[in-house]
Ligand binder design. Structure first.
Ligand code: BGP
Length: 471
């Protein structure tokens, strides 16, 4: 008997800027992604340049029907994507939306419903309109709340019958490490003061609570969640100093979830701000807004765990992981240095549920790997991606454990269910999909889609509601 609930939302996840392409079609304005040809690795450009893989992406803008059909064939119950803000408000500060942008998402959501697939929509996924970043310095500026409010009101009104599940900001805590990507903050990270950074974070908290409020007013049946990057932090040794270091590192991320679920700044965060001399400016009404508009569910990405140490020398040795910490000597890493830790997923699910007792949604998890396209015995092109199947199976078995622990989980969407451009490195060769897309980092490729071995594997997992994980 499957332990997954009957209505478990199985599916896949992507973000507009990583797959749509059509970066300047039908009235779309530029987003910060259009000037980030190397992701967060390199510097940004003044204008879009041809080496930026996101300008074409995988041409989902023109091929979405073919792709949704493949998702339906796998049995997806849910498809997570984002709305590119700059398709709806090209500069971000206009008063009237771009009808062609709105129409695109109408058509996309209709296509999902044609197959009984529920859209799960991220309102802001690393794609702030570039103009808002350059003119206003992104979320450092309180005016962003008003621009975001107009945008979310517009899309809530438009899609109220079509979208029930919404996320306000993708990986909202990533602003700590990538202020331009995550918060549209144009000031270079090394010049950004912590005062401005935390004020920007406050503006996002207020905007997120406001979106939750407006969303509930316009769509009483909708479920609105926050989305955080989860990365459990283990102490490197049993030394109490390492344990405390791990707790403090964890707090830096957990406070984003605490704010969304509890609606107020936690004590440990107030202490951090106080001791750093940071004073958050609250406008009248902010406190009540935050307190009265907490989220319906908590969603998160999970790729890796990390370790913390109080030993300064070891800290300086750095890490292969994305967000700091030091490597765990017991774990192996992916080709991109992300340490693989299926049990960390069970751990983090329990940690969140013990803390909040609200439904959880795993909206990103997966393995970025180099795939080799081969021709099988029947003459079909495919990828024998057993490593991806192993990764996903190992993680899903831990989701099962967490369900047995009593954790309430709404669903699971694998990241990059079709190959897309990487967020951190802007490469196409870092592939996550069940569907191979023939496009390479030098711009070559036909854009044809091919099913990988994992395609049928995931189809079977969904069809058996997880029972096939044990076969
Ligand atoms: C998360 C982002 C995604 C994404 C994923 C994988 O941080 O929300 O947008 O792409 O990580 O990262 P990458 O594409 O860098 O492998």
């Amino acid at each position: 008997m499957s332990v997954f609930p009957k209505d478990f939302l199985w599916g896949g996840a992507v973000a507009a800027n990583q797959l749509e392409g059509a970066y300047n079609e039908d009235g779309k304005g530029l987003s910060i992604q259009d000037v980030m040809p190397q992701g967060i690795r390199g510097s940004r450009t003044e204008v879009p340049t041809e080496d930026n893989m996101k300008l074409i992406g995988i041409d989902f803008y023109h091929r979405y029907k073919e792709d949704i059909k493949l998702f339906a064939e796998m049995g997806f119950k849910v498809f997570r994507t984002s709305i590119a803000w700059s398709r709806i408000f090209p500069n971000g500060d206009e008063t009237e939306p771009n009808e062609k942008g709105l129409q695109f998402y109408d058509d996309l959501f209709d296509e999902c419903h044609k197959y009984g697939i529920e859209p799960l929509v991220t309102l802001s996924h690393y794609e702030t309109p570039l103009h808002l970043s350059r003119e206003y310095d992104g979320w450092v500026n309180r005016k962003m709340i008003g621009f975001y409010e107009r945008y979310v009101r517009t899309v809530f009104e438009r899609y109220k019958g079509k979208v029930r599940y919404w996320l306000t900001f993708n990986e909202i805590n990533s602003i700590l490490h990538a202020p331009f990507l995550s918060g549209g903050i144009y000031t270079p990270a090394e010049q950004l003061s912590e005062q401005d950074l935390y004020q920007a974070i406050h503006h996002e908290f207020v905007a997120s609570a406001l979106a939750t409020k407006i969303g509930h007013e316009i769509m009483p049946e909708a479920k609105i969640g926050c989305m955080v990057l989860s990365m459990p932090t283990y102490p490197l040794t049993p030394s109490p100093d390492d344990v405390i270091q791990a707790m403090e590192d964890d707090h830096k991320n957990l406070c984003f979830a605490d704010m969304h679920v509890r609606g107020e700044y936690p004590g440990y965060m107030k202490r951090y701000l106080r001791e750093k001399g940071i004073e958050i400016h609250f406008e009248p009404g902010d406190e009540e807004l935050l307190k009265n508009n907490t989220v319906d569910f908590l969603s998160f990405s999970y790729y890796m765990s990390t370790c913390a140490t109080a030993d300064k020398e070891k800290q300086a040795q750095g890490t292969g992981n994305l967000l700091g910490g030091v490597p765990n000597p017991t774990l192996k890493a992916s080709e991109w240095g992300w340490q693989i830790d299926p049990k960390g997923l069970r751990y983090v699910l329990n940690q969140f549920y013990d803390r909040y007792q609200i439904p959880l949604f795993i909206v990103e998890n997966g393995l970025g790997a180099v795939d080799e396209l081969i021709t099988d015995a029947n003459g079909n092109k495919t990828v024998e991606d057993d490593y991806r199947i192993d990764y996903l199976r190992d993680h899903l078995l831990q989701v099962e454990e967490a369900i047995k622990d009593g954790v309430e989980i709404m669903g699971y969407t694998t990241w990059g269910c079709i190959d897309i451009v990487s967020a951190s490195t802007a490469e196409l060769k870092k592939r996550y999909g069940f569907i191979y897309v023939d496009r390479n980092d030098d711009g070559s490729g036909t854009l044809e889609r091919y099913k990988k071995k994992s395609f049928d594997w995931y189809k079977n997992v969904i069809a058996t509601n997880g029972e096939s994980l044990h076969q």
